[in-house]
Design a protein around this ligand. Sequence first.
Ligand SMILES: [Zn+2]
Length: 422
Amino acid sequence: MSLKERIGKKVRENQDEIVSFCQKLIQFDSHVEPPSGFEGEVQEFMNDYLETMGLQVDMWEPREDEFFKYKGYVSGGKRDYRGRPNVVGTLPGKGGGRSLILNGHVDTVPIGPRSLWQHDPLGGEIRDGRIYGRGASDMKSGIAAMVMALKSLLDLKITLKGDLILESVVDEESTGNGTLACLGSGYLADAALVPEPSDGKIFRGHPGVMGLKITTTGKGGHASARWHLTNPVDKLLKIQVLLQKLEKEWLISKTQYPFEPPSIAQTMIHAGTNFNVVPETATLTCDIKYLPQHADENGFGGVLQREVEERISVLAQSDVWMKDHPPKLEWLADGNPSLVEKDHPIVQTIRKCVGALQEKTRIGVATGCSDVRYFVVNGIPGVWYGPGHYSQAHVTDEYATIESIVDATESIALFITDWCGS
Ligand SMILES: [Zn+2]
């Protein structure tokens, strides 16, 4: 029997174990609630499990000094990591192979209103070939697939040439600091795989995202004095129209295959206290998605930030009020985009391993972001491929199909042996 056949057979034999491991992970409530989170218990479980598998396990609470050693920190305000450790298991190779990081996050978004769930969000219930619960797709099935892929190889007594580093990180949903702390504490490799849900596709890139808050000021007062006041809502409206125009320009000038066009989504508006009061200020918040091709020399959105600032400044200069009372711009976040060339060995290797199970292997890019960006911006090529379904992330009655979990476990097991060598 070939190595590939032995791995396939072993993963199928381990199917019940894979499924119950995923159920167990879902049964821990590990949601984040900034500035804190509840990943402590599931990480204790992960620590014990990886130790039983024979890995060298490191468990520590992420520290601020670790976030700044490598590029990518996104300021989201202060976070509290007490009782929320990262867990990293290392399997040193016998030498002569390439090293690999497998990285997944154990935190989830909150459950939301329980009454809306048909299935127990912490039950890990199985119905019609699906596992239900918060984190089923995003991304406890991914953690299950990467851990069980390695376990299947260890069951077969396969020894790897390159080092394997398995990272179970905290706080992806609110920052990404868990992964940055792994880099900051010295966990580096020749490549990284992040098994976030990908619907069986291989994502070799994703856009960057910036948050922007714009505040306009005016001269407020009783609405009956309308013609004697300056309404900041009117000023904000001018900026909104400008941003819509800029987005259309980008649609034509900055769209690049295979990405979706860059976008300026106006997501939050706030002004006023009562219907008959002209407010003093008005604010607009935007989510700006940009492509790797438009990143600055550091890999971030600096060039586009300046473009947005300039356009708003020109508009302000042409307005009698805003000329002297310029709108205030605050950049809330900048998560860098990520892209690895299609013919890069990591893309080709994962393609071959996924292709061993699927008739058609699709390589593309994601529309959202993941922790894979931290690896890529710091020179470690990384791809996103995992079980579950991207559209299931963060939804009520979240699920992942068992078929996708077992298939991904097998593909990842093949990928580990192919990349690291055995
Ligand atoms: Zn995720």
